[in-house]
Design a protein around this ligand. Sequence first.
Ligand SMILES: NC(=O)c1ccc[n+]([C@@H]2O[C@H](COP(=O)([O-])OP(=O)(O)OC[C@H]3O[C@@H](n4cnc5c(N)ncnc54)[C@H](OP(=O)(O)O)[C@@H]3O)[C@@H](O)[C@H]2O)c1
Length: 334
Amino acid sequence: MDVAVVGATGAVGETIVRVLEERNLPIATLRPLASRSQHAAVRFRGESLPVREACEQELHDADVVFFASGEDASELYAPALVERGAFVIDNSSAFRLRHGVPLIIPDVNGDAVTARDRLFPVANCTAIILATALRPIRDAAGLTSVTVATYQAASGAGRAGLQELEAQERASLDELAEPPARVFPRVLGRNVIPQVGEIDSSGWSTEERKVRDETRKLLGLPELTVNATAVRVPVRTAHGEAVTFETRDTTTRPRLAGALGATSGVTFHDGGIVTPREVEGSDVVHVARLRAQDASEASRSFAMWVVGDQLRTGAATTAVQILELLLAKGYLAA
Ligand SMILES: NC(=O)c1ccc[n+]([C@@H]2O[C@H](COP(=O)([O-])OP(=O)(O)OC[C@H]3O[C@@H](n4cnc5c(N)ncnc54)[C@H](OP(=O)(O)O)[C@@H]3O)[C@@H](O)[C@H]2O)c1
């Protein structure tokens, strides 16, 4: 199997290459691509691979292409790749909400994949973490509304976002002049920023819209009420989400705890807390602080804390699991 990774030098692309190696995928050739050529920039199976500039020629014989760059590169190359039968697994938002294109998290809705599908957008990282935690709730008691406040890490804005936070932290420690905000709309060091993406005329940010629309698609609940407030926090990696939700049916905390505890892709912490630093490098979504919102034993209103490594479970691991699913179903030959 010949695999190309477009954006292999970025935060997500580098993680995809690492996860492909960790999970020992049957790859004959790995081709790392980026916006420009770079000497020996990517390590894979003990070798330093040159990075080439992405172009049609570099992609023409790949069986599988991971995109981990921007929407522009995905829009430019993905349609022709799909047309010739290659499998495209795309971390950009270019095709996520397109009618007829499945939006898959293997642990959540992997059975929606068909032998005809070639284009697999990977959902927004915050939506992947949220939908993975909500799926067992939906299955146990139905779901009518969700309100989420996010605590999103700097590396969610890519390598440049992480570097900006680190430079601000260093300047603060060394009592140097603080580097100005460029990637984020305000200085992130020693701060929180209630804006992720652009804010539109209705007051929603692009991230909040993605969380709402993609969570509905992932859960197959187009009418689900989703209110989101997306906030950037000075954490390096892993997004936290404070979630309150209303179930369709009256249920109990023990029943929901049982459902979460039995779900593949979720680690349920039935007591105590879990933080972003503790889940860095983890491939599952962590849920803690599950509680009913009122004192009665049976309720429809609950809250929980959810956290996941957005570069792995929110992007790279989910992307690689899609490839594993295609191999397992026999839709793609190794
Ligand atoms: N960061 C996250 O937590 C996260 C989570 C889920 C999804 N995503 C999505 O994943 C994608 C990558 O994000 P990231 O955070 O990894 O960004 P990043 O760290 O800024 O990396 C971007 C990568 O794309 C390459 N690139 C840029 N323009 C290109 C072009 N025209 N052609 C080919 N390669 C190009 C860059 O190459 P150079 O080295 O040459 O600049 C770099 O390798 C984005 O669509 C993002 O929305 C990110």
